[in-house]
Design a protein around this ligand. Sequence first.
Ligand SMILES: Cc1cc2nc3c(=O)[nH]c(=O)nc-3n(C[C@H](O)[C@H](O)[C@H](O)COP(=O)(O)O)c2cc1C
Length: 176
Amino acid sequence: MVAHPDLETSRINKRLTAEIERRGNVTVHRLYETYPDEKIDIAREQALLRAHDRIVLQFPFFWYSSPSLLKKWMDEVFELGFAHGKGGDKLNGKELLIAISSGGAESMYQAGGFHNYSYSELLRPFQQSANLTGMIYRPPFVVGRIREVSDEQLEKYAADYADYVEGRSAISGTKG
Ligand SMILES: Cc1cc2nc3c(=O)[nH]c(=O)nc-3n(C[C@H](O)[C@H](O)[C@H](O)COP(=O)(O)O)c2cc1C
């Protein structure tokens, strides 16, 4: 799942998406392109979730969180009886992997740094949503300091990302 409001003008998410698409082992679902009117087909989204064992939410970090359509998607798709509550076991045992790009550097994302909190801390709502829905939360994949990332580095990050998403590598880590 790629949730970028303007993937065409994106640099980081566009390259990461192209790499997983090129490998061909992953279903690439572009949320903003699928729903330009932001009216989410809940049944279609739930069917997609049920058909996959590893769910990757890839997005640019916006205000320490996801772009708004991804929040709407979770609000509507992870509904009672599907993702939680009575009969809500449909996500049990699936993996959840968050992949973000961020303007800030990793050194800013720590206590006393410019952003004060780590990526792991700021991504807690995703982690706890995984806990509640019985999903297995995997370490996030982060491309930080995006303005300093060279084209060569981006190629390497894209390959590392695709390896991680495909389960070929257990190493996520923060780049940049
Ligand atoms: C509305 C908005 C909010 C943003 N908030 C953050 C933020 O909280 N932390 C951060 O590190 N970068 C922030 N950024 C920078 C984006 O994360 C950055 O532009 C994005 O990762 C670039 O990815 P792309 O090349 O795929 O477009 C923000 C950018 C926008 C437009």
